[in-house]
Design a protein around this ligand. Structure first.
Ligand code: GDP
Ligand code: MG
Length: 195
């Protein structure tokens, strides 16, 4: 069982916290059989928000993907794309730092089998307009790339969930000390994962 366990980083962003959605987001994680092993409420500083999202020098791929995903969203809505891709993603990163510092966030480390994939699935697509009902982003927002960009702000999509093992480890280090991550056994683990 131990060898199947992964961990991921999960955040209720300031819009989610202010709207009182924290409890529901945690409930969705717990009810599927995943485990919260660290959690706190924090007012992010600009430096923390900057470190949380990729830096161009370290992860150019993220900058390429952010523009590619948004371009696809524009195309689907029939809205013209008239940005330089890298300039675009740099602007989005600055919107993100503004967004994360607008109020407290709730940060968590979640543990369990397939946890990275599962928490992304529970969160839904980056653009809430495309996120299906039953996901956090699909159930609670209707935001879209073109609307967020026209208003010079990040997409307000309620939560953040790490997208890979490397990102998870990096993000966990931004928000938690290793000793803040606790050992916890759920009473239903045998039933869920045992023979
Ligand atoms: P995620 O992993 O699904 O959260 O998405 P990304 O890592 O691609 O982007 C990080 C965050 O930036 C998203 O959750 C959105 O809040 C915001 N964001 C991403 N792309 C865009 C965009 O094209 N426009 C705007 N305004 N915000 C964006
Ligand atoms: Mg991401």
């Amino acid at each position: 069982m131990e060898r199947f366990v992964e961990r991921t980083f999960f955040m209720i962003k300031p819009d989610g916290v202010k709207r009182g959605l924290t409890g529901d987001c945690i409930a969705r994680i717990e009810r599927v059989g995943l485990k919260v092993v660290a959690m706190k409420m924090v007012q992010p500083t600009r430096a923390q928000a900057d470190r949380h999202y990729p830096r161009e020098k370290e992860d150019k791929r993220w900058f390429i993907e952010v523009a590619a995903k948004a371009k696809k969203g524009y195309r689907e809505k029939g809205v013209e794309w008239k940005f330089d891709d890298m300039e675009y993603s740099r602007l989005i990163k600055s919107f993100l730092v503004d967004y994360l510092t607008t109020g407290p966030v709730v940060v968590m480390v979640i543990e369990g089998p397939n946890v990275i994939k599962m928490v992304r699935k529970i969160s839904g697509d980056t653009e809430p307009r495309q996120a299906p009902p039953g996901t956090i982003r699909g159930d609670y927002t209707v935001d879209s790339y073109d609307m967020a960009n026209a208003l010079d702000r990040a997409l307000k999509n309620v939560v953040h969930a790490s997208s890979s093992k490397a990102d998870a480890e990096k993000e966990i280090r931004v928000w938690f000390k290793e000793e803040e991550i606790l050992k916890l056994e759920r009473v239903d683990e045998g039933l869920l994962f045992g023979k």
